[in-house]
Design a protein around this ligand. Structure first.
Ligand code: LMR
Length: 353
């Protein structure tokens, strides 16, 4: 009898509690909304990530992937605002923007870093990398590590390298097969000592123009051509203003992912860990997807334009390698011996067929 009384009183108490508090299993497990007045409940931080490329490119997609990963890992405590297409900062001023803390992250082409840090020129050397695995070995090995460490003491921290693809020449004057075809043509280039030397070796002239001014300069004929990855040629519609493209694969274009150091230091260890993990996952993603993004863009270019696309024969490629020898001689004065030795080691593993 006593037991029955106890059980009955539990049931009654349960019903009364449910009656006053309401039955809502969802409500009871839901996380609390962010409330400004409840200090420390959930701190939100914003990473402003500025870059100059289009959204449907390896870099644009990697930035979005990174944003999603870090938001998920930190339960939205870190948010990423992406400013693509140079809408906030252009090539010339994004470095200042990240060092001053006007944005927290940028991902410039490694070439653009080479104007400040000479060792970075090693990544621009023509035909430095025979294939994607060689690039990966450089980015993830001694070369990448040394270059990221180079940035120390400048209020930025180098996080990683992101992949795009090999560069191709486009122009509006003639099909380019041999170095001699470049004679006297005028090209838009990124700023970078090796790039300058490369075009000098080909007897072509250059103008350093920001990426987002390239289309206009091709359109008005201020420059005859440019060099870039297929995804950039496609997404920025350069192919619409160029009659010829040569699949030369003469150098690799990838990115240095850089974060403002004060911002990095302000993050808790847990957030630094989440950011590092999100970055590693993104780098892996963009390494695996950059090739297919570029491949799909060349198919789209071929389908939707009359641009002539030429491929170099092995014989022709030999001539280009020969023509680029002076570029190496010049760069040897700027790039440390250790890095050049490491490049040679990688090259010996992936020698041209
Ligand atoms: C260029 O300026 O051609 C490239 O660096 C653009 C980019 O960031 O991919």
């Amino acid at each position: 009898m006593k037991t029955v009384t106890i059980i009955t009183s539990f049931i009654v108490a349960g019903i009364l509690t449910a009656f006053f508090l309401g039955f809502n299993p969802v409500e009871s497990t839901r996380t609390l909304e962010y409330d400004d007045e409840q200090e420390g409940l959930k701190e939100q931080m914003v990473i402003r990530f500025s870059h100059v490329a289009a959204e449907n490119t390896p870099k644009g997609m990697a930035a979005r992937y990174f944003a999603k990963r870090i938001q998920a890992k930190t339960d939205n405590e870190i948010q990423v605002e992406i400013y693509s297409n140079g809408e906030l900062y252009q090539d010339q001023n994004e470095w200042e923007a990240v060092t001053n803390g006007n944005v927290e992250m940028i991902a410039p082409a490694t070439t653009k870093v080479s104007t400040r840090f000479p060792d970075w020129q090693v990544l621009d050397l023509p035909y430095a990398f025979q294939g994607y695995s060689a690039v990966q070995e450089a980015y993830e090995g001694k070369i990448g590590q040394t270059l990221l460490e180079d940035l120390r003491g400048t209020n930025v921290k180098g996080l990683d390298f992101w992949y795009n693809g090999f560069k191709q020449f486009t122009n509006n004057k003639l099909p380019i097969h041999t170095p001699a075809d470049m004679n006297k043509l005028h090209f838009r280039v990124m700023p970078g000592p090796v790039i300058k030397a490369q075009f000098q070796a080909l007897n072509a002239s250059t103008s350093e123009l920001s990426f987002n001014k390239t289309y206009r300069n091709l359109e008005v004929g201020f420059v005859d051509g440019q060099e870039n990855t297929i995804s950039n040629i496609y997404s920025k519609k350069f192919y619409k203003k160029q009659a010829y493209m040569t699949l030369s694969n003469h150098a690799y274009l990838g990115y240095a992912v850089i974060i403002n150091e004060d911002f990095w230091d302000s993050l808790s260890e847990t957030h630094q860990h989440s950011l590092t993990e999100a970055m590693e996952e993104t780098t892996d993603w963009v390494r695996r997807h950059s090739i297919e993004i570029n491949d799909s863009h060349i198919r789209k270019i071929k389908r939707s334009s009359d641009m002539e696309v030429d491929v170099l024969t092995k014989q022709e490629e030999k001539k280009w390698r020969e023509a680029f020898k002076p570029v190496y001689l010049k760069a040897e004065q700027d790039i440390s011996k250790d890095l050049l030795k490491e490049l040679e080691r990688i090259q010996s593993n992936y020698s041209p067929q």
